[in-house]
Write a protein that binds this ligand. Structure first.
Ligand code: ADP
Ligand code: ASP
Ligand code: MG
Length: 389
């Protein structure tokens, strides 16, 4: 039977009941393919492990942090294997290093270089169900590494490609990709099919549903994948694939991300930028040579402390602006004048804190956090992103 990769995110394995429900899904799937299962850590385990690390150290050494964080996925892989045994299925759990997920020499956000599949193919031949810990690998110098937050998606996609572009299903807590976060905006459109480009743009600007690096990897190798809910798998989901000539132009989605901005004074732009890009995820920067304020940098709110620390270490003068949200309009040809004009008139020019960038597939603005909900709701109505009543 052809293998298939089934990935279950943190919310899908958050409790013993959910783990048992996942085991049932795997059992049903086994009738049509030979599952290779990838799991994330249970619920908020990774956040709790991080908190634990910061409770004993102001700056945990990156190697030790990875050693700690990889524990989360070991718990869920072992528990899911046990639950599968309970259903009479033979399962075998593996860490990333046991199956040969080889990464570059970098802690905390390592890239996957290759997958040896060492033990997966053997397990499949023996009729067993391999259950692989997501989000982790082993570096070329044999250190345990993690792939970055949300990295289990990447493990799943990389495995599906290595196994010969086999079917890949990403189970989460919502039944697919919606035009907006369906938890914050109930009643928005769900997509049955979606192009890699749109999901990648969404993922890189705040739509958590799938890791952007995983989407990009799937696009590079032309691996279609399905995103669906482990709570209601029968509802189907969103098939993400290459959709040449099939997409009509227009707005497909809106994303939000809490951000902070730094106004940095001084003339040492390049070294400063280089250092910041290394330390945190810089979403956008503007440089105006005519003013004293040399550089304006935006970073996700979750990177605020690390950015503050880095700027302080560099000894530069800066001001911090908080309470902002990056709102991005994603779609085909969204920088067309009529769409830009519609965005500006719906949001209100005076409420646009900063224009953060515009390309053919994404237009991003910064607004005050309090305005976010109204702005996004109005944009969604304007661009017809709610389900028809
Ligand atoms: P997992 O634990 O399965 O990896 P995540 O929490 O990483 O799940 O991603 C799923 C969440 O992504 C959903 O609960 C939903 O709130 C959020 N999300 C944000 N934007 C979207 C969107 N446009 N479509 C679907 N889900 C979205
Ligand atoms: N457990 C990891 C995280 O919370 C990886 C993942 O969930 O994909 O970031
Ligand atoms: Mg996720």
């Amino acid at each position: 039977m052809t293998p298939c990769v089934l990935k279950f995110g943190g919310s899908s394995v958050a409790t013993p009941e959910r783990i048992r429900a996942v085991a049932e899904i795997v059992k049903r799937k086994r009738e049509v393919c030979a599952p290779v299962v990838v799991v994330s850590a249970m619920g908020k385990t990774t956040d709790e492990l991080l908190k634990l690390a910061y409770s004993v150290s102001r700056r945990p050494p990156p190697r030790e942090l990875d050693m700690l964080l990889t524990v989360g996925e070991r718990i869920s892989m072992a528990l899911l294997s046990m639950a599968l045994y309970e259903l009479g299925l033979e399962a075998i759990s593996f860490t990333g290093s046991q199956v040969g997920i080889i990464t570059e020499d970098r802690f905390n956000r390592a890239r996957v270089l290759e997958i040896k599949l060492y033990r997966i193919t053997d397990a499949l031949k023996e009729g067993k169900i391999p259950v692989v810990a997501g989000f982790q690998g082993v570096s070329v110098s044999k250190e345990i590494t993690t792939l970055g937050r949300g990295g289990s998606d990447l493990t799943a996609v990389a495995l599906a490609i290595s196994l010969g572009k086999v079917p890949c299903e990403i189970y989460t807590d919502v039944p697919g990709v919606f035009a907006l976060d369906p938890r914050k905006f109930p009643g928005v459109r769900r997509y049955e099919r979606m192009d890699y480009t749109i999901l990648s743009e969404m993922a890189s600007s705040g739509a958590r549903v799938m890791h952007s690096r995983a989407v990009n990897l799937a696009a590079k190798y032309g691996l279609p994948f399905l995103i669906l809910s482990s709570y209601e798998p029968e509802k189907g989901g969103t098939l993400v694939e290459k959709r040449e000539h099939l997409e009509s132009p227009g707005v497909k989605a809106i994303t939000t991300m809490p951000i902070v901005m730094f106004d940095v004074e001084g003339r040492e732009g390049l070294p400063l930028l280089a250092r910041m890009v290394e330390a945190v995820r810089v979403l956008n920067f503007t440089h105006d040579a005519t003013t004293g304020k040399h550089l304006v940098l935006s970073v996700p709110l979750e990177e605020r402390d690390r950015a503050l620390e880095t700027l302080s270490e560099m000894g530069v003068r800066f001001a911090l602006r908080e309470g902002l949200s990056m709102v991005c309009v994603v779609g085909w040809g969204v920088s067309a004048p009529e769409i830009m004009e519609a965005i500006f008139s719906v949001v209100g020019w005076e409420h646009i804190f900063m224009m953060m960038g515009a390309s053919d597939t994404k237009v991003c603005i910064a607004v005050e956090k309090e305005r976010e909900e109204a702005v996004v709701g109005n944009l969604a109505r304007k661009f017809g992103l709610y389900e028809a009543p």
